[in-house]
Design a protein. Structure first.
Length: 244
């Protein structure tokens, strides 16, 4: 499965007479037939590097292999685990999370055009265009929002990894939106329970809900045309051969 998208959400769970938040770790993969599959759902006390490492290692031990590209948010523990478990895979920082994080570096009454122009860069077809637009954006806003511009310049590259993929796959793999929509549906269903009596009861319900979605996805129209990726890889090989 060449594409892997991972994310987490939290549920209220009662343990030992007290109530706390526990992380629900979810992994979705896209196989070479272009279909989405929910390949892992586990609970963890928190999103630590060790919990994510155990989760991803478990996927690999169950047979997940050939991962070429991973999409996630910028959680430090998750980034570390991805590098350790899938060292050869490219990593895409979700650009939607990135834009949300940008709000931490501007005053509350920020100029709307500043963030709109930053968002529009992700609609460009080529990486060269993004770099040109970024240079112009930095020159325009550096004087007014120096803190934001410095942060964007240091971190935006992590959100541009999707440009190494076929252009037809860009909109699907530059963010974790697809998985977030799944998490929102899970939340809609678990909200009725509010507080789970224990971890096992929470995991049973979430797995049952994701199993329903998993079956629907397998029967639905293909999510991606993977012929685009196959041809993209062939073109890259041809380019290397010509360069040699």
């Amino acid at each position: 499965m060449p594409y892997l998208i991972v994310d987490a959400r939290y549920e209220k769970v009662g343990e030992g007479g007290s109530v706390g938040s526990q992380a629900v770790l979810v992994a979705v993969a896209v196989d070479w037939d272009g279909r989405r599959q929910i390949i892992g759902v586990e609970m963890a006390n928190r999103e630590s590097a060790s919990s994510w490492r155990d989760f991803l290692t478990g996927l690999r031990e169950r047979g997940l292999h050939g991962v070429e590209f991973v999409v996630s948010d910028d959680h430090a523990g998750l980034k570390k685990a991805i590098r350790e478990v899938f060292p050869d895979a490219g990593w895409q920082r979700c650009y939607v999370h990135f834009l949300r994080n940008a709000l931490d570096y501007v005053p509350r009454k920020v100029d709307d055009d500043c963030l709109k122009e930053l968002r529009w860069m992700y609609d460009r077809r080529e990486l060269k265009e993004v770099r040109q637009d970024l240079a112009a954006w930095l020159a325009k806003w550096q004087g007014k929002y120096a803190k934001l511009c410095d942060w964007v310049e240091d971190n935006m590259e992590e959100t541009l990894a999707y440009y190494r993929l076929p252009i037809q796959h860009h909109k699907h793999l530059k963010s974790t939106n697809m998985l977030e929509r799944l998490n929102q549906e899970i939340k809609r269903r678990t909200l009725v329970v509010r507080i789970f009596p224990n971890t096992a009861s929470c995991l049973r319900l979430v797995r049952a809900l994701t199993a329903e979605t998993h079956e629907e996805w397998l029967e639905a129209t293909r999510y991606l045309n993977m012929d685009h990726l196959r041809e993209h890889k062939k073109e890259a090989i041809r380019a290397l051969e010509q360069a040699a």
